[in-house]
Design a protein around this ligand. Structure first.
Ligand SMILES: Cc1cc2nc3c(=O)[nH]c(=O)nc-3n(C[C@H](O)[C@H](O)[C@H](O)COP(=O)(O)OP(=O)(O)OC[C@H]3O[C@@H](n4cnc5c(N)ncnc54)[C@H](O)[C@@H]3O)c2cc1C
Length: 480
């Protein structure tokens, strides 16, 4: 069913569907939704509260499942290869001792061909790549459009947004891709669903490698590996972890720590170096002196203290008439230890565009399309969220005696169920089954989750409590 198209100025691959879509938020999820909806023949408009491109941040991983869609976007496919990093990973005690030496990331290798590499992305470059593609197909982000409220029209035929200016905009479907602070909850679930603090925040920074390499000790200690690869070092302490990465041209470090109350939900508010140094000096047993040197090598105004906030898995993503749909972080929050924020936002975008296309071909309503989309996505996303909580628990309470016997326990889980998924093919192959579930209540088994896993409602409070009280989370099924 899928047809590749040729160049950056590509035309839609499908005839017009007649569906108009208004996307709120030009982040990774919003732009990807605009691209894929355009390709599938829908009419797209995208608005953003900022005054220009939101091209800040440091790094994230974009998983193979999300990157599969690039086969339809030749220019993105080529640029993605050019700009992505492929580090190895090593694991350490926070006192510096190496426990698992540098190695490529481990994939679950049961059957099939495993990916050859990972794609670690500098957010500003990945973002620019998507935005350039959007501009090339003639869609311009409309900046300075801050949404203050979402609604459905009384007849349920349109979704709408109210802007800070007072203006109202409407479309057949409004996609709320406005991130974790989305204003769409009242419209979707009838009440405010506040994101709450996880109790942790994360110092994050990335800067030109020359700043760090100017210190000969850092330069010597954090070299590229003999094979030319960079190494992403994970250092674990009690209730925190620190990651250090010297990539080819950028030096980056992040420190997930207990929130002292100073963290914010902004990627723009900067934390003074002195604040981080002061916190680092209180760690016991102490960090080795190289950590203070690394922190001091950061350019002033280079550190963000990003508050990790969270919403429990919300199974409802759309408003009563299906005219407003949440997507990406607006629909599901992630801890960074899930490694899935950007990946799942892209998967959402691909699945949604496909469901809308199939629905229009089969003369279904927008409401049915978004219900089927949510059915295909929710359980998988919830598993990725749980994985982040479990990984964080592992990193923050390492049992070094157990690790001595089995160092592999420390490694992040990257199961086949995550990386082998193709969201477009999955939507195409499972649409009819989910349609039967919707229309006649026939059971629908979601097979994009770990094999043997049966979805059970969970919440972060309970999982964190279980972890604090020494009870691990039982991951039923094959999460390998
Ligand atoms: C500036 C920035 C820097 C980031 N840096 C990193 C990073 O270094 N590492 C990492 O792992 N993740 C980072 N993230 C988060 C990561 O990009 C997302 O978790 C993931 O890509 C999912 O994206 P999303 O599109 O759902 O949400 P987001 O990327 O958060 O995008 C939401 C967009 O909606 C816009 N918006 C919000 N509210 C409104 C409103 N009321 N009206 C109109 N527009 C609105 C925002 O300005 C933003 O552009 C960053 C996000 C942002 C916005």
């Amino acid at each position: 069913m899928s047809k590749p198209t040729e160049d950056i100025k590509m035309q839609p691959s499908y005839p017009p569907s007649g569906i108009s879509i208004l996307i709120v938020g030009a982040g990774i999820g919003g732009i990807m939704t605009a691209l894929e909806c355009y390709r599938k023949g829908h009419t797209v408009r995208i608005i953003e509260r900022s005054s220009g491109p939101v091209d800040t941040g440091d790094f994230f991983t974009v998983g193979p499942s999300a990157l599969k869609i690039l086969k339809h976007w030749p220019s993105l496919l080529a640029t993605n290869e050019e700009i992505a990093y492929d580090p190895w990973v090593s694991y350490h005690k926070h006192t510096g001792e190496c426990v698992v030496p540098p190695a490529p990331i481990e994939w679950d290798t049961t059957g099939g061909v495993v990916p050859e590499r990972i794609y670690r992305h500098h957010r500003p470059r990945f973002y620019k790549m998507l935005l350039d593609q959007l501009t090339a197909i003639g869609i311009e982000v409309e900046y300075n459009h801050r949404v203050v409220d979402y609604y459905e029209t009384e007849d349920g035929e349109k979704g709408g947004v109210k802007l800070a200016s007072g203006e109202k905009l409407e479309a057949d479907l409004v996609v709320a891709a406005d991130g974790v602070g989305t204003k769409s909850h009242v419209c979707v679930s009838g009440k405010e669903v506040r994101a709450r603090s996880t109790g942790y925040s994360i110092f994050r920074t990335a800067y030109p490698v020359e700043f760090a390499a100017a210190d000969p000790e850092i330069d010597e200690r954090f070299k590229l590996l003999e094979n030319g690869k960079s190494c992403f070092e994970m250092w674990f302490g009690h209730e925190f972890h620190f990651a250090i990465w010297r990539a080819e041209d950028i030096f980056s470090w992040v420190w997930t720590h207990k929130d002292t109350g100073s963290a914010t939900e902004s990627w723009h508010d900067k934390t003074p170096i002195a604040t981080v140094l002061s916190l680092a000096s209180k760690v016991s047993p102490p960090f080795p002196p190289i950590i203070a040197k690394i922190i001091k090598s950061t350019p002033e105004d280079g550190i963000v203290d990003w508050k990790l906030i969270w919403r429990d898995p919300q199974p409802i993503w759309s408003s009563p008439s299906g005219r407003v749909l949440q997507l990406g972080d607006a629909a599901h929050t992630f801890l960074p230890t899930s490694g899935n924020g950007a990946t799942q936002a892209v998967e959402d975008a691909v699945c949604l565009a496909t469901c809308l296309l199939l629905s229009s071909q089969q003369k279904l309503s927008i409401k049915q399309a978004v219900q089927i989309h949510t059915k295909l996505r929710f359980e998988r996303v919830s598993c990725c969220q749980l994985l982040g909580v479990v990984n964080q628990g592992t990193y923050h309470n390492v049992d070094w005696e157990k690790i001595k016997e089995n160092p592999g326990l420390l490694k992040a889980k990257y199961g086949r169920w995550i990386w082998n998924h193709d969201p477009e093919v999955y939507a195409e192959e499972n649409f009819s089954k989910a349609r039967k579930w919707l229309e006649s209540g026939e059971a629908y088994e979601n097979v994009s989750v770990p094999k043997g896993y049966v979805y059970k409602e969970w919440n972060i409070e309970q999982v964190l409590k279980d972890q604090e009280e020494g009870r691990g989370v039982e991951l039923v099924g094959d999460w390998a």
